[in-house]
Write a protein that binds this ligand. Structure first.
Ligand SMILES: Nc1nc2c(ncn2[C@@H]2O[C@H](COP(=O)(O)OP(=O)(O)OP(=O)(O)O)[C@@H](O)[C@H]2O)c(=O)[nH]1
Ligand SMILES: [Mg+2]
Length: 476
């Protein structure tokens, strides 16, 4: 089955390449503010499992459509002769190296591509667009108009009035915000428009949906592994000086950050966003872009202090509510609450500190040796803070949401992922919190070798958190 081909055409600098980048999930498409960025025709195949589902062809923009149309009209061709007249135009001017852009963009259409005509709905409609729309109509190929949004104005209505006369289907398609569902809808519309590509496009839609689900499955696995890795991670010094302790703790936190960063890169690669980051300083960073151990991270994400306390108390919800009311969700000074909450248990002494501490692990023999050498063996981890894995999970979920809704055309403009800051904890029922807490504990306890059943248990608990919103329309 040959894959359907779409030629993306329009005037220079209207976002043709941006539409391609977003539709093809391809960061390599050349996009820039300068008109005339795309000089050559370039094909971008959309593949899943090595099968090409459809091909998008980037083209240079119309340069002088009125002059081209004037030439086309010279022979006053009847409607049935118009496609041939276009063919004659390309043959004639290609040989003379004139109308370079028009020839380049018409060629793939003459070869059988369907047309995606891109305009910028934020600029006023001018009647000089008529010529290019007329030329496209003369080709007789199935076509659709896309109203992109580059700037601030809104001239959509005027554009619609004009476009409706030349195109059976006119759609809003913002290259910077188009969601996965919008992209799918675009393909489905074309499916209905052109019986010749109905079967392959239906297959393409099915394959894209399946691939989307595969990505979510993969993210669930990546996040599960990350949680297990950060919860089981330990570092130990050789017998060393007191000063080694501080170095050990620093390295421990650095390694946890690295584990998270690596997991994020995997998620980004999965969505073909390999070159994007949230490290830039130009924009306000989303909360998941802060350092893993930053104060804001720990006050905004994960569980509230009350929810943490509730993990350890019998009448959890009530006590938790009291603590929340007393302290707010932000401050949690070391040791203040711990002693006052009955039944809170030993786990709570960690609450005031975001950083893990190294402790001496010397046994009696070690201590005796130390008496001579003055050296100690230190170990740090597994990280015991009850909120830590909840924070890691929150960050992973927010990061994934931002990556999955990110349009690829945006990568050309800013290299930053921005996302919502809504933490996960609010959406977790107290049963969910308890269940997660229990699994996190099991993982710490079995840090040498986490059993498969515990791993599966964790996967099952975090899957719904990762899947939130992914099945509905994911408008960015
Ligand atoms: N804000 C915003 N900017 C966009 C959008 N689409 C395109 N742009 C910007 O508009 C400019 C032109 O985009 P391109 O995709 O290079 O346009 P083109 O039609 O391929 O341009 P040529 O190849 O020069 O004909 C770039 O600066 C894009 O970042 C959009 O949906 N929103
Ligand atoms: Mg371009």
């Amino acid at each position: 089955m040959t894959a359907p081909v779409f030629a993306v055409v329009g005037r220079v600098n209207k976002g043709k390449s941006s539409v391609i980048a977003t539709l093809a999930e391809d960061e390599r498409v050349a996009i820039s503010r300068l008109p005339g960025t795309t000089r050559e025709v370039e094909a971008y195949p959309v593949r899943v499992d090595n099968e090409t589902l459809f091909v998008l062809v980037d083209t240079p923009g119309f340069e002088d459509a009125p002059a081209a149309l004037a030439w086309l009209r010279q022979t006053a061709p009847s409607a049935d002769q118009r496609p041939d007249r276009i063919r004659a135009f390309v043959a004639y001017f290609k040989a003379r190296d004139e109308f370079y852009e028009e020839c380049a963009l018409l060629e793939p259409i003459l070869d059988g591509a369907a047309i995606l005509y891109v305009v910028d709905g934020t600029k006023p409609y001018r009647d000089n667009y008529k010529s290019e729309m007329e030329i496209l109509r003369w080709t007789g190929r199935p076509s659709m108009a896309l109203i992109n949004r580059i700037g601030e104005g809104d001239h959509t209505e005027a554009w619609r009035n004009a476009l409706d006369q030349y195109f059976k289907v006119v759609r809003d398609f913002d290259a910077h915000t188009a969601s996965f569902e919008e992209r799918i809808r675009l393909l489905s519309t074309f499916e209905a428009l052109n019986p010749a590509v109905e079967a392959p496009l239906r297959r393409a839609v099915a394959a894209l949906r399946k691939d989307r689900q595969r990505r979510v499955d993969e993210v669930v696995r990546i996040v599960t592994n990350l949680l297990i890795d950060v919860l089981t991670f330990t570092l130990e010094t050789k017998e060393g000086e007191q000063s080694d302790r501080r170095r050990l703790e620093d390295e421990f936190h650095t390694r946890l950050r690295d584990l998270e960063a690596e997991a994020r890169r995997k998620v980004e690669r999965l969505y073909h966003h390999a070159n994007v980051s949230w490290q830039g300083k130009e924009l306000v960073r989303p909360v998941f872009g802060d350092d893993l151990f930053a104060e804001r991270t720990w006050s905004v994400l994960g569980l509230s202090p009350g929810q943490v306390v509730a993990l350890y108390t019998v009448s959890g919800a009530l006590t938790g509510g009291m603590v929340d009311a007393g302290l707010g969700a932000v401050a949690f000074p070391t040791g203040t609450v711990v002693g006052s909450v009955a039944g809170a248990g030993a786990g709570l002494w960690h609450l005031g500190q975001r950083f893990a501490r190294a402790t001496s692990v010397d046994g009696i023999m070690g201590r005796m040796r130390r008496a001579f050498s003055g050296e100690t063996t230190y170990r740090v981890g597994p990280f015991q803070h009850p909120n830590f894995p909840f924070i890691v999970l929150d960050r992973a979920r927010l990061h994934h949401d931002a990556v999955r809704t990110r349009a690829h055309a945006k990568n050309a403009v800013d290299a930053q992922i921005v996302g919502a800051d809504a933490p996960l904890a609010v959406a977790l029922s107290s049963d969910d919190r308890q269940a997660l807490h229990r699994v996190f504990r099991k993982i710490r306890q079995r840090s040498d070798d986490v059993p498969i059943v515990v791993r599966s248990e964790l996967e099952a608990l975090i899957r719904p958190r990762i899947e939130v919103n992914t099945t509905s329309d994911d408008a960015a």
